[in-house]
Design a binder for this molecule. Structure first.
Ligand SMILES: NC(=O)c1ccc[n+]([C@@H]2O[C@H](COP(=O)([O-])OP(=O)(O)OC[C@H]3O[C@@H](n4cnc5c(N)ncnc54)[C@H](O)[C@@H]3O)[C@@H](O)[C@H]2O)c1
Ligand SMILES: [Zn+2]
Length: 660
């Protein structure tokens, strides 16, 4: 195709996408796809030296929506130049230095690039009098009533002259998840959720979305003088504007690059969607000299991350049977790269979720990955579903063909006694390290026992004989003996491990320990009623219900009796818990300690009331790091440096002992 034709087509396509994105808040392609077409267009424009009149490279954002009153900004609102690599940042600094005709070191401010809807707030006589979208940068839409529902934005300030404050309206990822739990129409992503809420004509709808905001600049002001960006930020903070707690000053672009490397990983854990980092020249005089292009300031640039949201094709849905018999739909996707990894599977939660999200096999779907969790399908792009086929709700268990039953929003295979995946995963769970800790017991082993030996319940484990095992594939003398020993050894076990091993729905390791500590023996736990259970600090209604329901089940009662008859003795020492600095805190131990073994320190910490965990997040309180601490320590450091809110403290062995 000739290049001019190609450009015309790209412009047309990009403008259509922009309209859906900016004006309707209903994007039909991911940012990644949009950006790649946009880059193609820029390349062609450079090659040909031609720029079409309506090229998106020449404009900021989209046109204001007719249904709102238009509002003219005093200070123009801009888009941002973009970089994807360190080299591009270095090239940007070189351009700046050339323009300034100086080689002096430049001070930059590094901020998160929040991904929501741009807000321009006008204050006069100490009052918020206007709030507008960016629109085309010159004229936006007045959305003052909608913006007033954002609790974080001050309606009044101690400053009487006119000023325009720029910021970003956002919906927290956790708020979106909460909202979607009950919403008839789930929202596909936090950006469009925020933008759609703010541009909804009914402010009551906006209020329901519980939006937040971060302010990052003062675009226009009278009767004040600022010399630097930092001074502006301080003014915003002093006047109680919501300002991100991550704002870093860096000397020279190398420091900026280092800074980005440090915070990048931690940013995935933030509760607000970000799509990169913004780098700005701190000194305002320097900004003036640098000026603006058609579309963006020369004194700022966005370093864009790899997309956390992409679209891809849903190829199939497979129903998987879990330990409790619950059938969960697993989506098979056309492989797609998201945040640096290739993904071909995602969750769809349950049948109801599929219905609400209107996804069908063959649709393009929105996929989001946040943190390290399995990516989730957020919804389908309707335009792509014309030839798609409905996902069928299974009538029979895919593993054992039993007729399925419904419980709440979930569907189950009721055949808990002989449905292979249920049994295999129950045995695997029973034998796992945090449960009965039967060493050398893999999923493969569980499958062999089921298939070759017809093992139908957990108690039958304790009836296994050497002659049974030795005839199995991959079993030699030693392996068979070791496994039998380990099974025998598991008979003496801790009460909390046994409770956990039973696999009560919604009861994890911690709840199991809480139950053991509170009731002290198995019978009391089995007999506990709802009211007795909910008094425990971390047990809510749902958990209490599921414990009671579990121990009422005839089959369960029978299988516990069988286990006890096999000689299992769950033990519990009631300990006087010591009140300590670790009480109620989440602690992660990593590396080798000089004075404590693994189990030893875990017991010690638990006696002090701590919850010992294996993985680090911003909710961890203490990391105790011994020698050769590796990735966990590194992750803890990254969290601290990322600026997220956290109580995390890193202790070495000496510091830990000092706290005891
Ligand atoms: N998927 C689609 O169909 C589609 C269509 C059009 C555009 N887009 C996406 O939009 C992008 C263009 O975005 P844009 O021009 O709206 O915004 P931009 O990426 O150019 O960034 C400018 C915006 O960043 C925001 N921002 C957040 N934190 C900031 C901070 N600390 N300092 C300054 N600004 C901050 C501001 O609101 C500002 O308006 C494209 O790269 C593309 O990914 C997607
Ligand atoms: Zn089944």
């Amino acid at each position: 195709m000739d290049q001019m034709k190609e450009m015309e087509q790209l412009v047309k396509q990009l403008n259509e996408y922009s309209y859906k994105y900016y004006v309707l808040d209903q994007p039909i392609v991911s940012d990644k796809e949009y950006d790649s077409l946009y880059d193609q267009l820029i390349e062609l424009e450079e090659k040909t030296g031609h720029v079409l009149l309506d090229s998106p490279t020449q404009r900021v954002g989209g046109e204001p929506l007719k249904k709102f009153q238009s509002h003219q900004h005093v200070a123009l609102l801009w888009s941002l130049d973009k970089a994807k690599t360190a080299e591009e940042l270095v090239a940007w600094e070189q351009r700046i230095k050339k323009k300034l005709e100086s080689n002096h070191e430049i001070e930059y401010i590094v901020e998160y690039k929040f991904d929501g809807l741009t807000l321009n707030l006008t204050y006069e006589n100490g009052e918020l009098v206007q709030a507008a979208t960016r629109g085309n940068g010159v004229v936006g839409e007045s959305i003052i009533e909608q913006v007033k529902t954002i609790q974080a934005i001050p309606l009044g300030v101690d400053f009487n002259n006119k000023m325009e404050i720029q910021g970003e309206g956002l919906m927290a990822i956790s708020t979106l998840a909460q909202y979607n739990k009950t919403a008839k129409e789930p929202l596909k992503n936090p950006r469009n959720a925020a933008a759609g809420a703010l541009r909804n004509l009914d402010p009551k709808v906006t209020a329901k979305r519980k939006l937040g905001a971060f302010c990052y600049s003062i675009g226009y002001y009278e009767g004040m003088e600022f010399e630097t960006h930092i001074q502006m930020i301080d003014f915003l903070k002093k006047n109680r504007f919501p300002v991100s707690n991550y704002i870093k000053s860096c000397k020279g672009i190398d420091q900026v690059i280092e800074q980005i490397r440090e915070v990048e990983a931690g940013m995935k854990e933030l509760d607000y969607l970000t799509d990169g980092i913004v780098i700005k020249v701190n000194d305002l005089r320097t900004r003036e000299i640098l000026g603006y292009t058609q579309k963006f300031p020369r004194w700022a640039i966005a370093y864009k991350f790899e997309a956390q949201e992409v679209t891809t094709k849903l190829e199939a849905v497979l129903w998987q049977v879990g330990r409790t018999g619950k059938l969960t739909p697993a989506a098979q996707l056309e492989p797609v790269e998201i945040a640096g990894v290739t993904v071909s599977r995602a969750t769809l939660n349950n049948w109801e979720d599929i219905q609400r999200k209107k996804v069908k096999v063959g649709c393009q779907v929105w996929l989001r990955r946040s943190g390290d969790v399995i990516p989730e399908i957020m919804g389908a792009i309707e335009e792509t579903c014309e030839e798609a086929v409905e996902i069928e709700k299974p009538q029979h268990c895919p593993a054992c063909d039993s007729e399925i039953v419904h419980r709440g929003v979930h569907i189950f295979c009721p055949n808990s006694l002989s449905c292979k995946p249920q049994l295999v995963s129950r045995i695997v769970h029973y034998a796992s390290r945090d449960a009965m800790d039967i060493e050398g017991f893999s999923e493969k082993t569980a499958e062999q026992l089921f298939e070759a030996l017809g093992l139908k319940n957990i108690a039958a484990l304790y009836e296994l004989k050497y002659e049974d095992l030795i005839q199995l594939e991959r079993f030699g003398d030693k392996k068979a003996k070791n496994l039998l020993d380990a099974i025998e050894e598991s008979k003496t076990c801790k009460l909390d491990a046994f409770i956990y091993a039973l696999g009560i729905p919604n009861v994890g390791r911690k709840t199991a320990a809480d139950l053991a500590n509170y009731f002290g023996d198995l019978e009391k736990i089995q007999r506990a009623n709802y009211d007795e259970l909910v008094v425990l600090p971390d047990i809510g209604g749902i958990v209490a219900q599921s414990i009671v329901g579990f121990f009422e089940d005839e089959k369960i009662i029978k299988s516990i009796e069988l286990l006890l008859a096999e000689g299992i003795k769950p033990q519990h020492k009631m300990k006087n818990r010591q009140e300590s600095i670790f009480s109620g805190k989440t602690v992660v131990v990593t590396g080798t300690l000089e004075n404590y073994g693994r189990k030893e320190i875990q017991t010690l910490l638990e006696e002090q009331g701590a919850k010992v965990s294996g993985s680090i997040s911003k909710n961890t309180d203490f990391v105790i790091a011994g020698d050769n601490a590796g990735s966990k320590l590194k992750k803890a450091q990254e969290i601290l440096e990322s600026g997220v809110e956290t109580n995390l403290q890193i202790l070495d062995e000496a510091a830990f002992e000092a706290l005891l």
